[in-house]
Design a protein around this ligand. Structure first.
Ligand code: GLU
Length: 428
């Protein structure tokens, strides 16, 4: 979703290069890990409701599968680019490694706008995606999942198409399926809840009482909504959220200095995360420009939308009060903005650690599918909490021991794990 000169792939590679350099990783391993191992670029023709046929451009990119099958979501977005998918596939590799689950990194995307497509058109697009890719994915090859603007319904259409092609039942080929159809309880909540599990640990480590904190969140899609819900349940106060308004084609920030009622706000939000402005006003929300979320005087900022949101030109708007940046989105902070955040001493929970709850629960979904035995929600959530807490502690301890920036500490752990896997396999 490149805007201006931003390129997510260059962003991901710059982060990798800097840490690979710090840990003295050999050049061959660097070369292997600096780019995806495999890429699939294809087109999907879809018969539209008006009788025309539209051709969509799509990708699936596998960055690395040394630690296990490639894993990662499929995004539907009009501004999708191949370089964004490359970056996201790389971040998936580090994400699975930091929570220490036996999966690699992959990502997919289709250049499309599901907000303007009928159910039938979306179903055809999902089925077309799998038809082009069925040979190159599989429970032991590459396992897709939901991401930006894709959901459980899309995953089930994709599963059905895969099973029709391959002949048999293969629930482990895709995660984020509906509960009762091979999905795991808690998967919908997992990414947002995972963000708050690590945020809770960060606040404990920083000796900050969560009940005395306030937060501002960018985005009000699946991840943001569940993060906001759990954070408020733990006693925090969300005073602002911003979201894209698909009718006005612009973003707004919804603010209530006394704290937003998240459940109520969710009830006036559509399935793509657009909040109804009139109803929000009735709820007592102040409506501000989309970028106002970043300048709120809060303790915690949670970017939970897209990449490239905190940049050189707005990072200075972050209030002096902000102590923690919990990156719920993938790649929200550009390298230039990251330097400023580092200098200011804001505590960062880096994206691939903060938002690893989704893929961790996807892994649990695979395990449950393999056993054909599904756990109670409490068990899923407890296992998710254990995994996220352990990953946070490992990163935090390294950050303390070696005086490393939190993002670098997370990268050191992940890169070392993946490098070890490629070396042990004899790939380099
Ligand atoms: N799309 C999510 C992510 O970026 C989840 C991926 C998955 O469950 O495989 O982490």
């Amino acid at each position: 979703m490149s805007k201006e000169n931003y390129n997510a792939y260059e962003h991901a590679q710059a982060q990798f290069n800097s840490v690979a350099d710090k840990i003295g990783l050999d050049e061959t391993t660097c070369e292997l890990l600096r780019q995806p191992i495999r890429e699939y670029h294809f087109t999907i023709p879809v018969k539209m409701d008006d009788g025309s046929t539209k051709v969509f451009k799509a990708f699936r990119i596998q960055h690395n599968d040394a630690r296990g099958p490639a894993k990662g979501g499929i995004r539907f977005h009009p501004n999708e680019t191949v370089d964004t998918i490359r970056a996201l596939s790389m971040w998936m590799t580090w994400k699975c490694a930091v929570v220490d689950i036996p999966l690699g990194g992959g990502k997919g995307g289709v250049i499309c706008d599901p907000r303007t497509m009928s159910e039938r058109e979306q179903e055809q697009l999902c089925r077309g995606y799998i038809r082009q890719l069925a040979k190159n994915i599989g429970p032991n090859i590459d396992v897709p999942a939901p991401d930006v603007m894709t959901n459980a319904k899309h995953m089930l259409w994709m599963l059905d198409e895969y099973e029709t092609i391959v002949g048999g039942r293969y629930p482990g080929v895709i995660t984020g399926k509906p509960v009762g159809m091979g999905g795991s309880l808690g998967r919908t909540e997992a990414t947002g809840f995972g963000v708050v599990f690590v945020l809770r640990e960060a606040l404990k480590a920083l000796d900050i009482d969560i009940t005395k904190t306030t937060a501002s969140i960018q985005g009000f899609g699946n991840v943001a909504q569940y993060a906001a819900l759990l954070y408020t349940q733990l006693g925090g106060k969300v005073i602002a959220i911003s979201c894209w308004d698909n009718n006005d084609k612009t973003a707004y920030t919804f603010k209530n200095a006394d704290g937003l009622d998240i459940e109520k706000l969710r009830s006036i939000t559509d399935s793509f995360g657009t909040v109804d402005k009139d109803k929000a006003k009735e709820m007592g929300c102040e409506i501000l420009p989309g970028d106002a979320w970043i300048e709120q005087e809060v303790d915690i900022l949670i970017p939970a939308a897209l990449e490239n949101q905190i940049k050189a030109d707005n990072v200075h708007k972050i209030s002096e009060k902000v102590k923690v940046l919990a990156e719920a989105a993938n790649g929200p902070t550009t390298p230039e903005a990251d330097e400023v955040i580092k200098e200011r001493g804001i505590f960062v929970i880096p994206d691939f650690l903060a938002n690893a709850g989704g893929v961790t629960c996807s892994y649990f979904e695979q395990v449950q599918c393999n056993m054909n035995y599904f756990w109670e929600k409490e068990e899923v959530m407890q296992k998710l909490d254990t995994k996220m807490t352990a990953a946070f502690k490992a990163v935090y301890d390294l950050h303390k021991e070696q005086d490393l920036y939190m993002r670098d500490a997370a990268y050191v752990i992940s890169i070392n794990r993946v490098a070890e896997a490629v070396k042990k396999r004899g790939w380099v």
